[in-house]
Design a protein around this ligand. Structure first.
Ligand SMILES: *Cc1c(COP(=O)(O)O)cnc(C)c1O
Length: 355
């Protein structure tokens, strides 16, 4: 990468106070990373500048046809003064997978990691220190051509913004209720379900509203063709423990390949916990529930790490999973992954990355 130009913020903001709850994604740090792309010139002018508004022409392509991608990862405070990222190489790789699908130019993976590392380093005093808190990192790329024609843009902006975020579970791991959606779908094979891009979220809002109105916190998506096979939750992958085996839907092109999902599978395989990636139908799930074999359900994602599911609604039926409390495997995975992230547990897979 070209040397990163640094322009320090002359007016740093007041940081949130320790010990107080932090909202998710509303507070931003003093700096942001920015880099431009122009066809024929490549990526250029990487810089860290004061956080602030950007100016775009109303015809900028991203506003009209949604050519954009994003990532999400976190920086954690370890013991003492250490700061860690969790598997940022996976975010770099997934960025390029999303970019290829969306005709956005690829970025060298080491440049992505270096950009994240440097901007976190500059704002490291913003990483909250209360238990369970972290600094949420949001890299994203937008198409900026001033043109209403439908074609891949020739100009892009890559930016990274940072947001101190509170503990996902204020009062320890809390089971959530999930709505199995049988009308709307999120993605189809051949579409862009595997890419982290705004369009997948725009099309998920209607179902999410429906679920929220009914008191459910997330939607569980079924496949886009038959609405029969389980895909994933709003912003999490999904796991079931059926008769002692951990089962998760196999990646099929319409499911987002979560880094937490991969970490759960790695851990299970290395520790002799039986696990399978395969197709699983909602009928099989309900049958397992009725016969008492469905022992645990949990989501996996950067925000919550592991999110136990206590309740599932499908059509007119509501199922309570286990005794409605947190399962033993969910708890064990949560403790392990958060332990690696914060430096409390031996990093047996080389996932921890020191800033
Ligand atoms: C980001 C995301 C996930 C979780 O991925 P992680 O890398 O584990 O955070 C799952 N599903 C969707 C739709 C996502 O956007």
């Amino acid at each position: 990468m070209l040397p990163i130009r640094i322009e320090k913020n002359p007016n740093p903001k007041k940081k949130p106070e320790a010990g107080k709850p932090l909202p998710f994604g509303k507070i931003f740090t003093d700096h942001m990373f920015v880099m431009n792309y122009t066809e024929g010139k490549g990526w250029y002018d990487p810089r860290i500048v004061p956080y602030g508004k950007i100016s775009l022409d109303p015809s900028a392509m991203v506003f009209h046809y949604g050519q954009e991608m994003f990532e999400g990862l976190k920086a954690y405070h370890g013991e003492g003064d250490e700061v860690y990222l969790f598997r940022p190489d996976m975010n770099a790789r997934r960025t390029n997978a999303s970019n290829r699908r969306l005709c956005i130019p690829e970025l060298p993976e080491e440049d992505f990691i270096e950009a994240v590392r440097r901007v976190v380093e500059i704002d490291r005093d913003w990483i909250p220190t209360d238990p369970g808190t972290s600094l949420y990192i949001r890299p994203f790329i937008i198409a900026t051509d001033e043109f209403l024609g439908v074609a891949p843009s020739q100009n892009y902006l890559f930016m990274i913004i940072l947001s101190p975020s509170g503990a996902y579970y204020e009062n320890g791991l809390q089971p959530v209720g999930i709505w199995i959606e049988d009308e709307y779908v999120r993605a189809v094979r051949g579409g862009m379900g595997f890419a982290k891009t705004g369009g997948n979220y725009a099309c998920s809002l209607a179902a999410q509203e429906k679920a929220h109105e009914d008191g459910y916190s997330q939607v569980l998506w079924l496949d886009g063709v038959e609405r029969k096979y389980i895909e994933e939750v709003g912003a999490m992958n999904i796991f079931f423990k059926i008769d002692g085996t951990i089962v998760t839907p196999m990646l099929n092109g319409s499911i987002l390949p979560g880094i937490t999902r991969d970490s759960v599978l790695c851990y299970c395989r290395a520790h002799g916990i039986p696990c399978e990636e395969r197709k699983i139908s909602v009928d099989e799930l309900i049958e397992a529930q009725r016969s008492g074999k469905l022992e645990e359900v949990f989501g996996s994602g950067t925000a919550a790490v592991i999110s136990p599911v206590g309740k599932l609604r499908y059509r007119d039926e509501v199922f309570t999973i286990g005794d409605g409390s947190i399962g033993e495997t969910s708890r064990r995975l949560y403790d392990y992954i958060t332990g690696v992230q914060t430096g409390k547990v031996k990093d047996e897979f080389g996932w921890r990355f020191k800033v």
